[in-house]
Design a protein around this ligand. Structure first.
Ligand code: ATP
Ligand code: MG
Ligand code: ZN
Length: 432
């Protein structure tokens, strides 16, 4: 039978033209669940070890996460900018981090003989920028942030985009006149981080952390419990108190005096009260009301934006594949005509797809000439929150099947109800 071309959908989201492909088998040398599923769903593709391309599906998820981060960062009054990846080594020498970062930093000399690196983080660049801007107490406080590619020659790139040599980070930097101001913005950021991770569908904890090479006095890490996580935290089985490895010497809960359990975690974010570490080295000073010169108090706030994709999958999957939380799903709905050669079925599927898209719901039409079983398996693997099937029930009873990915609960609906039902299910996460 001849395939029916969905003429009006030439530019719409057809699965046959969307660069989506799936692998049945788990690829070799993928060591974690999220890495395996991301490769099977063709979300990312390795170029060389530790370096990945984001395929359209992976990029869609990345963009959704970035937008959640932008909204929450903007809502606490921070301003987005974009700093360069190419940075002079000289600048790093001023803070002493040139040596500290050592081989993690990717360095080279350009044709002018300038010694440069590819930025592994941006404290130096942003602090130097602030030094040229801040003059008076009136210029403070402010917070700048960016979402940008970082480069780190990791000793052991692993688990796909969890630990890669080129990755996307959101990094924010706060500048304040005193410690009180710094602590205030730090607390605001902490709450913003909690909102971001909740909106990404993550179950996370925050623990007091070691400040490492970034430095400073107080710092917190945001951790996602995950089997493949390279960090550990300690959790009390009785009161759920959590402690970082840095905090725990005897492995007893401070409240219950009971053994704490080791939990593997992925670090998704890290915030620091830097104090004067960078502002002193790079001279960010201001005149206070009395005309006295003071040093700016800084904080910095990082999120592993690309690593978040892996963290979300680590926590949201089942034996059949990924289960996207609606807010970060690449498409909210996949419409599956069971037989694209059946004119009535295919046209109805196109029709439903159009209705949803026009209502602003991101929707994919699985227009492939494949068996229904193959399409269902792929939809499960790719993890779209909702699936609408147009099949024999449409031919016989004018009913569509609406299925929810997480619970696999489904029910029959009329075509006229599709939009309203999809909206309701996306909101409540339940359509059974
Ligand atoms: N190599 C990497 N690949 C992907 N994401 C990373 C990588 N290194 C760090 N991140 C992410 O960027 C965030 C902020 O960077 P930061 O410098 O605080 O990380 P880090 O302490 O070096 O992390 P890790 O201990 O995992 O190496 C981290 O919380 C993490 O989520
Ligand atoms: Mg590191
Ligand atoms: Zn306890």
């Amino acid at each position: 039978m001849q395939r029916i071309e969905p003429v009006i959908y030439k530019t719409k989201m057809l699965q046959t033209r969307s660069f989506i492909s799936t692998l049945k088998e788990s690829p070799e040398n993928a060591e974690s669940i999220s890495h395996r599923l991301m490769l099977r769903a063709n979300m990312v593709r390795m170029l060389v070890a530790g370096v990945y391309s984001y395929m359209p599906l992976g990029f869609k998820v990345l963009s959704k996460i970035e937008n959640i981060i932008r909204q929450e960062m903007n809502s606490v009054g921070s301003q987005e900018l974009l700093l360069p990846s190419l940075q002079p080594i000289e600048l790093w020498q001023k803070t002493g981090r040139d040596e500290l970062l050592g081989e993690t930093m990717i360095r080279f000399t350009d044709r002018r003989g300038r010694k440069l690196c590819l930025g592994p983080t941006h404290e130096e660049v942003v602090t130097e920028l602030a030094a040229n801007f801040v003059k008076s107490y009136r210029d403070l406080p402010f917070v700048l942030y960016q979402i940008q590619t970082k480069f780190r020659d990791e000793v052991r790139p692993r688990f796909g985009i969890v630990r890669s040599c080129e990755f996307i980070m959101k990094d924010a930097y706060s500048f304040d006149r005193d410690i009180k101001g710094l602590v205030e913005i730090y607390e605001k950021m902490r709450l913003a981080y909690e909102k971001i991770f909740r909106r990404c569908g993550l179950d996370f904890v925050s623990v007091k952390a070691d400040s490492g090479v970034i430095g400073g006095d107080v710092s917190h890490e945001f951790m996602v419990p995950a089997e493949s996580g390279e960090d550990v935290i300690f959790k009390c089985k009785i009161c759920n108190e959590v402690k970082s490895a840095a905090e725990v010497q005897v492995e007893d809960c401070p409240h219950c005096k009971q053994d704490m359990e080791k939990v593997n975690t992925l670090e998704i974010g890290h915030i620091f009260q830097l104090g004067e570490k960078y502002s002193k080295a790079l001279g960010v000073k201001f005149l206070d009301e009395e005309g006295k010169q003071q040093t700016v108090q800084m904080g910095c706030y990082g999120i592993g934006v690309s690593r978040l994709i892996s963290a979300i999958i680590e926590q949201n999957h089942d034996k059949d594949g990924i289960i996207w939380p609606a807010q970060v799903a690449p498409y909210q709905v996949v419409v599956v005509p069971v037989n694209v050669s059946d004119k009535e079925i295919f046209e109805k599927a196109c029709d439903i797809h159009k209705t949803l898209e026009e209502a602003g719901i991101e929707c994919l039409l699985d227009d492939r000439d494949e068996r229904a079983g193959v399409k269902f398996k792929d939809a499960d693997l790719l993890g779209f929150p909702l699936r609408i099937t147009v099949g024999n029930k449409w031919t016989n009873e004018k009913k569509l099947e609406l299925m929810e990915r997480r619970s696999k609960g489904s029910r029959d609906i009329g075509a006229g109800q599709a939009l309203e039902e999809v909206r309701r299910c996306l909101q409540t996460g339940d359509c059974g």
